[in-house]
Design a protein around this ligand. Structure first.
Ligand code: 7RM
Length: 662
């Protein structure tokens, strides 16, 4: 146990001192044993990215039919990779490891909310997946059909995803923190044929009646023929005859044999809805061969993964892309042993994560900055109570990590010996794009450093599209990569418009602002569109606004993301009330409830500012820029384009009054 862990003042001083350090070289012991330690890999990949990715694809995957084609760019931006190859994602993740004699290897050390432990081996995962795949077929699910998955963090979530992949059904996972109404919307958009869910889900000692909530929303959804219910908590739940079935029963009745059918490389693997600039979420579509190549390669080389000895822990939820790529597909494709964590970080106690590292011997931890900031707040003496010496590498994802949090993670969790990989990527990119390689790259706290080999990124001038060598601009990805999204499900035009309309169809517009420093390192600043990142959860302001105005007493709402010490950004809503409704605490609670019901609890505004009117341009557009200024207490930017400049003075009074109440 480090002294540092227990003496807060000494730690604080140490971190302050370390803020002066510009670069952290990979530790010699790490570099010497790393899978990749020669920087020549970057030149090799840059010389011929398509050939390089094709080689990774053959190195890390066992194709049923090896592709003879790399990239097909004949119809940009609709790119295809490895088109004539054939492969089955579930066979890559399961069968081949079992066939190689590794069926007894643990795929997941599952840790339940109440501290339960369950180890699931590759052989067991394969058996469950085969049975459920057959059960889905028995229910009439066919190749190309969409299957919704709305589950908590239980091993069956991987089974459900892999069973879909096995039969070529396209899974559409909805994060368990979303409301049943959000699930309904996503099932409707994607015309899902079946939905897999649970009787109930546990959260910090309470059980939410998930199936009942789903039932309240799902009526009348024509396409949805079946709801499969996993008995997870054992609570009573309503079952509709002819539509609803229990997972355990259909799996027990299913044939245990289920050969994996080789799929075309470009066969859709999954849709994952994510937030964009408008209220309607975007259905990001990923396909099989390219996606698997991207996640297997990045998981192996960014994290220097040794399947035989490492215990990998990605502390995300499977409902987000991080879970798809680095809890399910990447780690399983690589035959890794993972930790799967069901609960909240402070349940049953605030040391639960560190106890889990100690108990499982986790060697690599991949977490979000928001979690790290929470641990900082709870104090270094909590992790100091546990043996974290098994850790050898740390990762960060989801939002920019502030240098202070980076250093704390490095010192307190990593004991000063573990490299940190700050990985930048998106739902759209499928896998990690900008990241250090832990045996090669010197890291700078707060920078995701440089693109992964085979990836080309630029920071360009917002107006001209010309690369900026040093300084701020828009982040762009310059060349297609295998795990890129193929389209927005059933919205090809919106796909082109959103990502490829600004600077042409060869250059993918990321939607983030970034800066490059003198060494060419990338510093991602944040979104340029109306997307807010709350604790690493991506939300659109329009989505939250539309939930707020659904409240009967609300006339209009404008939502902004405000910097927040704990969650990175927090939702701040400016609300004008209908008629002569007066602001009240009850109303405040009512609006938050409305948002929880329509989107999910995590989207509830942290702050509500009552406004008589909102600042608008003459054409009636709400000027969120001014709202951001006023919420953060900055001097107001240009107000000359406002229809009614007095609105801002009124809002300033309102904000001042809010201060008085505190
Ligand atoms: C993986 C994930 C994507 C957005 C992205 C960024 C932000 C993610 C980092 C980051 C700075 C990072 N997918 N973001 N990782 N910003 N440094 N390492 O989060 O689709 O949900 O979000 O998240 O703004 O555009 S996501």
């Amino acid at each position: 146990m480090s002294e540092m862990g227990t003496d807060g003042a000494a730690l604080e001083q140490e971190l302050e001192r370390m803020l002066e350090i510009e670069k952290f070289e990979p530790p010699a012991e790490f570099r010497e044993r790393a899978l990749w330690s020669d920087p020549a890999i970057y030149e090799e990949a840059a010389a011929d990215p398509v050939a390089w990715w094709t080689a990774r694809s053959k190195e890390l995957l066992d194709w049923d039919v090896e592709p003879t084609q790399g990239l097909d760019d004949s119809n940009p931006p609709f790119y295809k990779w490895f088109e004539d190859g054939r492969i089955n994602a579930s066979a890559q993740c399961l069968d081949r490891h079992v066939a190689a004699g590794n069926g007894g290897r643990v795929a997941y050390h599952w840790r339940g909310e109440e501290g339960e432990r369950r180890d699931v081996t590759y052989a067991e995962l394969l058996d469950s997946t085969r049975r459920f795949a057959n059960a889905l077929k028995d229910l009439g699910v066919e190749k190309g059909d969409v299957v919704g998955i709305y589950l908590p963090m239980i091993p069956e979530v991987a089974v459900a995803m892999l069973a879909c992949a096995r039969i070529g059904a396209i899974h559409n996972v909805v994060f368990g923190g979303f409301s049943a109404e959000s699930v309904r919307e996503r099932m409707e958009f994607s015309e899902a044929k079946a939905l897999v869910t649970v009787d109930g889900a546990r959260r910090k000692g309470k059980t939410a009646p998930i199936k009942q909530q789903v039932d309240e929303e799902m009526g009348g959804l024509g396409s949805l023929k079946t709801i499969v219910v996993i008995r997870s908590t054992g609570i009573e739940c309503p079952m509709t005859e002819g539509r609803d079935v229990f997972f355990e029963e259909i799996c027990a009745a299913a044939d245990p044999e289920c050969p994996a059918e080789p799929m075309e490389a470009e066969h859709p693997l999954f849709i994952l809805y994510t937030s964009g600039s408008t209220a309607s979420p975007k259905g990001i579509l990923h396909t099989t061969g390219g996606y698997l190549t991207g996640v297997a390669a990045t998981h192996r080389y960014v994290f220097d993964l040794r399947p035989e000895t490492d215990v990998w822990w990605c502390a995300a939820d499977v409902g987000w892309v991080t879970g798809h790529s680095y809890i399910v597909y990447g780690p399983l494709a690589n035959g890794a042993t993972s930790v799967m964590w069901e609960g909240a970080p402070d349940y049953p106690h605030k040391g639960a994560w560190w106890e889990t590292v100690q108990d499982t011997g986790a060697t690599i931890l991949y977490a979000a900055p928001t979690a790290i900031r929470t641990f900082i707040k709870w104090g270094a003496d909590i992790p100091a109570k546990y043996d974290l010496s098994s850790l050898r590498l740390l990762g960060s994802v989801g939002e920019p990590i502030n240098p202070k949090a980076w250093l704390w993670y490095h010192q307190v969790i990593g004991g000063g010996r573990c490299p940190i990989v700050d990985t930048w990527w998106q739902t759209e990119t499928g896998g990690i794009m900008i990241t250090p390689l832990p045996g090669i790259t010197a890291t700078k706290p707060g920078s995701a450093t440089t693109p992964f080999p085979g990836v080309s990124a630029e920071v360009v001038d917002e107006r001209t599209g010309e690369p900026v060598a040093e300084g701020q601009g828009l982040l762009m990805l310059e060349k297609p990569w295998p795990s890129m999204l193929r389209t927005l499900y059933k919205e090809d035009d919106r796909f082109v418009e959103t990502y490829f309309s600004k600077f042409g169809e060869e250059r993918y517009l990321v939607g983030d602002a970034a800066r490059r420093d003198k060494d060419g390192y990338f510093w991602v600043i944040g979104r340029i569109d109306d997307v807010v990142n709350v604790s690493g959860h991506r939300l659109s302001t329009a989505e939250v606004e539309s939930a707020i105005v659904a409240h009967e007493n609300v006339a209009e709402a404008a939502v902004i993301g405000q910097s927040d010490e704990d969650t990175g950004q927090a939702i701040c809503a400016f609300v004008t009330l209908a008629g002569d409704t007066a602001p009240s605490e009850g109303l405040d609670a009512g609006i938050r409830e409305e948002v929880a019901a329509r989107i999910g609890k995590f989207a509830r505004p942290k702050r509500i500012v009552w406004a008589d009117d909102l600042p608008k341009t003459r054409s009636g557009k709400i000027m969120r820029r001014l709202l951001r200024d006023i919420a953060e207490g900055r001097a107001l930017g240009d107000v000359t384009t406002l229809r009614d400049p007095d609105v801002m003075a009124e809002l300033e009074k309102q904000i001042a009054a809010e201060g008085d109440e505190d």
